[in-house]
Structure formats: structure tokens, C-alpha cells
Design a protein around this ligand. Structure first.
Ligand code: 6GU
Length: 231
């Protein structure tokens, strides 16, 4: 997969992209991440990318010219056009099903905003997939883009090494359950013992116990929606 990240702050991504899972995936050519600075597409001596909102109001907006030119130039850099994702708190809220959908794309173009947001003609011109990572406000789309890259990358074949671990993750599979508790050595820690069933060697019983624990964990964390069915 190729992922283009369009941002005014490409340096924010350097440590993140070199990190263990992503760094390894990039070195193995499983994922190609390309950073482009939106400011490179600004005009004039001042390379201006933002301006005050018409009608008044706080802060600055990203101007449509540099943003749209940047997306168009980046789209020309590869044979296949990318699925354009605009990171904005007003977008559709990302969940694991949404991540799986993005992971099926051959190419993603992640458009990071700063300041108070984008001039709306960016949306009108590009018809991007508008995505939010949750109902809170970040100072820019960069951290949200990192969240998407991380969550998408670990679903790509070969990135995790163990394909089963992605399938067993919380929110994965048809039932979308969170994972229940897990334990490693020692068998007893400060008086807390590992549940006997996990030491029983009875794989059927262990699987049933884990499913019950996942259902309980899902029920106790979700306020009203998403009521998992017991089976
Ligand atoms: Cl994608 N951008 C910003 N600025 N804030 C957010 C967000 C995105 N998702 C949640 N909050």
C-alpha cells in the first residue's frame, strides 16, 4: 500500500514512521509512506497557506489553492489515484470497521488540516472521505493521520507477522467484541492467581471461557449501544 500524507508539519512524522512496527513494514516494502509539505504549493514570496475567515471569527483557515494543488500534484505521482481522506473533527468517526475499509484501498492520501480548519471549497472540489478519530478536538490532523497509518498498517498482510493476532484483536471479527483479560507468567502475582481454566489444557473450555470474558468486557465498557449476543 502507498500512503501519502499532506501536511504543513512533515517533521512531526519522522520518529513515528521509523518506529518498530512501521519502520520494519517500510523497510520490507509492505508499505510506502510519502510526506508532502502543503506549503510547497503555496504562491507568492510569503508562501501563504492560511488566511482569516470571511465574515469574521477566530483563527485562520487553510486556503483552498495550496491544498487542492498539493492533492492534485500528489495524485499524479503514482499510477493509481489515492482514496482522499480529509482529517477533520466533523468527519465520520473512525472505528475498526472503518479502518478495515481503509486498509483494503491500494493507495490512501491523508490530508491534514491545521488552524481552525479548511476553506469549505477544499471539500467541494475534492469530495474527500471526511474522517474524525473521535469526539474531541486536536490542534491538527497530524496525530489523527498517525492513528490511521498505525491502525491500517497492522492489518496489511505480512506486517504483524502473525495474521491471527490481528484477527483476534478487540473490535475485530463479526461480533466486534473487545478482548477479555489475558495472563502470562508468573502463575501468582501478589496473591492474584491466573484463572485455573487457562492452565487446564482443555482448548474447548478455554475458548468458551475467553468468549464469555469478551462478552462481559464488551458489556461493561459500552454504555448503551452494541449489545453483544451470548452464544
Ligand atoms: Cl481528524 N482532526 C482534528 N483537528 N481534531 C480531531 C480529529 C481530526 N479527530 C478528532 N479530533
Amino acid at each position: 500500500m502507498r500512503i501519502d500524507i499532506l501536511t504543513l508539519f512533515p517533521e512531526m512524522f519522522t520518529g513515528f514512521l521509523d518506529g518498530s512496527l512501521l519502520g520494519e513494514a517500510r523497510r520490507s516494502r509492505l508499505i510506502d509512506v510519502c510526506l508532502t509539505n502543503i506549503r510547497d504549493f503555496a504562491e507568492g514570496v510569503h508562501r501563504q497557506v492560511d488566511d482569516r475567515p470571511y465574515g469574521g471569527g477566530p483563527g485562520m483557515l487553510l486556503m483552498p489553492g495550496p491544498v487542492v494543488s498539493c492533492v492534485e500534484a500528489v495524485q499524479q505521482q503514482a499510477a493509481v489515484p489515492g482514496h482522499v481522506v480529509m482529517l477533520t473533527p466533523g468527519g465520520r468517526r473512525l472505528d475498526q470497521a472503518g479502518v478495515e475499509e481503509l486498509a483494503r484501498k491500494e493507495r490512501l492520501v491523508l490530508l491534514c488540516g491545521r488552524y481552525e480548519g479548511f476553506d469549505d471549497r477544499v471539500r467541494e472540489t475534492l469530495s474527500p472521505d471526511q474522517v474524525s478519530i473521535g469526539d474531541y478536538v486536536l490542534s491538527g490532523g497530524e496525530v489523527a493521520a498517525m492513528v490511521i497509518v498505525d491502525a491500517v498498517a497492522r492489518l496489511l498482510p505480512g506486517v504483524l507477522g502473525d495474521e491471527e493476532s490481528a484477527r483476534q484483536d478487540s473490535f475485530s471479527g463479526a461480533d466486534r467484541l473487545v478482548e477479555g483479560p489475558q495472563y502470562t507468567r508468573p502463575r501468582e502475582f501478589r496473591g492474584l492467581r491466573v484463572p485455573d481454566v487457562l492452565l487446564s489444557g482443555d482448548h474447548g473450555r478455554i475458548a468458551r471461557w475467553r468468549h464469555e470474558q469478551a462478552v462481559d468486557a464488551t458489556r461493561s465498557r459500552v454504555p448503551t449501544n452494541l449489545s453483544p449476543s451470548r452464544s
